[in-house]
Design a protein around this ligand. Sequence first.
Ligand SMILES: NC(=O)c1ccc[n+]([C@@H]2O[C@H](COP(=O)([O-])OP(=O)(O)OC[C@H]3O[C@@H](n4cnc5c(N)ncnc54)[C@H](OP(=O)(O)O)[C@@H]3O)[C@@H](O)[C@H]2O)c1
Length: 278
Amino acid sequence: MSDSSSSEFRLPLEGKLAIVTGASRGIGEGIAFELARRGASVALAYTSPSSEPQVRALAERIRALPHAAPTFTVQADLATTEGPSHLIMNLQAQFRAAAHTGDGVAHPQRPFVIDILVNNAGCERVVPLGQIDVADYNEVYDVNVRGVILLTQAALPYLAAAGARVLNIGSVGARAGFQDLSLYCSSKAALEALTRCWAAELGRRGVTVNCVSPGPVQSAMLDKIPAEIVEMQKAQTPVQNRLGTIEEVARVVAALAGRDGDWISGQVVSASGGWAMY
Ligand SMILES: NC(=O)c1ccc[n+]([C@@H]2O[C@H](COP(=O)([O-])OP(=O)(O)OC[C@H]3O[C@@H](n4cnc5c(N)ncnc54)[C@H](OP(=O)(O)O)[C@@H]3O)[C@@H](O)[C@H]2O)c1
């Protein structure tokens, strides 16, 4: 039973350490802020040096919350084979240093334990089948699939003994057929299968693995999607025929990251206002 006088209702993720990849902008920025708003310490992962000011601004915004949630910032290119392990090692070093100095970590005595891993970083290429080359394939699959596998593998030894969450950010595109987006949509379909297999594999240690699949949400990525696809999706979205907001997607992720997600695993949750092609 939950104690109604506890801070669980105010800060349901207090004491948890979360990693959010692609936290510099768009949906990842929103997820990182929402997890922090609910009390988690959040590692903000990004890759482009040009994104550093945005990440620092997000860290400031989080520190300005009434509970001044601690943050870490980690730069790592998840498209490389070393990037994922570098991210975990760098974060571990920062966490230990902060725990040692007592600076910025809510519970300084805590060992390095990852409670929530949000595999959000992703990229897309708009390219017709006849023009796909190996570089296009590598660009999309190295980040959207291999990067997620290697990062989750690198995090595995540190996942909380019970109750850890792995949340993969997919896309409604995984179940759709969008012209010129076969690389992107198929990479997101792979994430759905990874989610189900890892849920089966990690369940015995109390880890849940789920996939949250957004419909279209305004972001730098959406700006590159052909306008007719986005308009078609809006027209087919039952809830108000509109785009989703970053906050709407972030709240779905944060709910699954908390105790409300205890008994949900191996699922694909569509955060899309009811959009469904198949
Ligand atoms: N927006 C939508 O409509 C929509 C719909 C369905 C699904 N999604 C999914 O939601 C997630 C976020 O999308 P978004 O729209 O917020 O995208 P976005 O604005 O383009 O942001 C992408 C993020 O991924 C990071 N990233 C890209 N390549 C990386 C790499 N090699 N290593 C590490 N990080 C990398 C970027 O970091 P830097 O800033 O450092 O480059 C950035 O933070 C993606 O997985 C996307 O597929 C989005």
